[in-house]
Every structure is written in structure tokens, then in C-alpha cells.
Design a protein around this ligand. Structure first.
Ligand code: GRF
Length: 201
């Protein structure tokens, strides 16, 4: 069974969707540890409610990004983590983690990349006046929200949408495609070929 770590910073609804997919046996995986850079992130509480190790590693206690990530890496190694999932983790990854977990880190982003990378993607898309929005699961590399795309899902933008109602509709789809992408990874069905990710049937 693949051993997963989930890195979080906030409410953890994607973490919850992953936990649920494991508990209802859709995903054959084990969350070995949840790591947050924020001490009172609700995601930590969600993990603990399900008996999952939940660790706060405070970046403020480290002199550099490299030394902070070295500590995160130590925690990942001590749990023999094979796959790292970013789920609302608000820090940009540095070399230490990117190198140690090359092609083994996934992220969920609430826009149809490469449109609207970065923060508040749903609001950016809404303000831009797009007619379809959506979400993306991708491999993480050194470019912000820029790694090879695994899965995407579209949602329609409705006339009476607000940025919030649109974000809510996107979130529902996030909770579906993230577990789907993790399952594909866990079953060794993903092949990175340059910018493309081939999905093996
Ligand atoms: C999600 O919209 C995700 O796409 C983005 O950050 C948000 C995290 O939400 N990367 P949650 O903490 O999973 O509820």
C-alpha cells in the first residue's frame, strides 16, 4: 500500500476528500503523516480525528527555506513516504523537497492551468469573465503551478455566479479529481513524457 504524506496550511477539505476515499476503499493507500506549516490549520484537526499523525513544522523556527525543508524531509523519511500531496499548502517548494521527491509530488489547483496560476485563482478567473472554469491536478516542479498536468475538470460559469459560488462548484470537482489522480499514481498508471502525462489504461 502506497505511503502518502499530505502537506496543508488551512481548512483541509481536499485532505478530507482523500481520507474519505481511503476509508471508503476507493483508494488503496495510507496517509502516514499530515504536515502543516500553520499550527492551527483545521486540516491538522481533521487528520487527528481520523487517527492520522499530524505534525506542525513551524517555518519561523528555521533560518532558511532549506533548513525548514530539511526538517520536513526528515519527517517524510521517518514515515517512509512514497508520495507527497500538496493540498492547500501555501508555501512554494524549494530544491530540497523537489529534488528528494522528484516526480512524486502532486498538487491540486483551482483553475484550468496554465490559466490563472498563483493565489485566488477562482477569483482571477471569475473577474476575467471566463465561461468555463475548473481545476487541475499536476506534478509539482520548480515552476509555480507549472508541472505536467495529470487531470483537469471543467465547470460552467453561470450568469448569477459570484466568485464564491464559482469557487464552491470548483471545489466539489477538486474533491473528485484529486483522489482519482492519486489512484492513478498509486496504481503506477502515470508516465511523464516531457510536458505530457500519459495515462496507461
Ligand atoms: C483548494 O482550492 C486547492 O485547490 C488550493 O487550495 C485550496 C485548499 O482548500 N490549492 P482545502 O484546504 O483543501 O479545503
Amino acid at each position: 500500500m502506497i505511503r502518502i504524506a499530505v502537506l496543508v496550511s488551512g481548512r483541509g477539505s481536499n485532505l478530507q476528500a482523500i481520507i474519505d476515499s481511503i476509508e471508503n476503499k476507493y483508494l488503496h493507500a495510507q496517509i502516514s503523516v499530515v504536515i502543516s506549516d500553520i499550527g492551527d490549520a483545521y486540516a491538522l484537526e481533521r487528520a487527528r480525528k481520523h487517527g492520522i499523525n499530524a505534525v506542525h513544522i513551524d517555518p519561523g523556527k528555521f533560518a532558511s527555506k532549506a533548513s525548514y525543508e530539511a526538517e520536513v524531509l526528515k519527517t517524510l523519511n521517518s514515515h517512509n513516504v512514497q508520495l507527497v500531496l500538496l493540498a492547500g499548502y501555501m508555501k512554494i517548494l524549494g530544491k530540497t523537497l523537489l529534488t528528494a521527491y522528484k516526480d512524486r509530488i502532486l498538487n491540486i489547483h483551482p483553475a484550468l492551468l496554465p490559466a490563472f496560476p498563483g493565489l485566488h485563482a477562482q477569483e482571477q478567473a471569475f473577474k476575467h469573465g471566463v465561461k468555463v472554469a475548473g481545476c487541475t491536478v499536476h506534478f509539482v516542479d520548480e515552476e509555480l503551478d507549472g508541472g505536467p498536468i495529470i487531470l483537469q475538470k471543467c465547470v460552467e460559469v453561470k450568469e448569477d455566479d459570484t466568485a464564491q459560488t464559482l469557487a464552491d462548484r470548483i471545489l466539489e470537482q477538486e474533491h473528485k479529481i484529486y483522489p482519482e489522480a492519486i489512484k492513478l499514481f498509486a496504481e503506477n498508471k502515470l508516465r511523464i513524457e516531457g510536458r505530457k502525462v500519459k495515462i496507461i489504461k
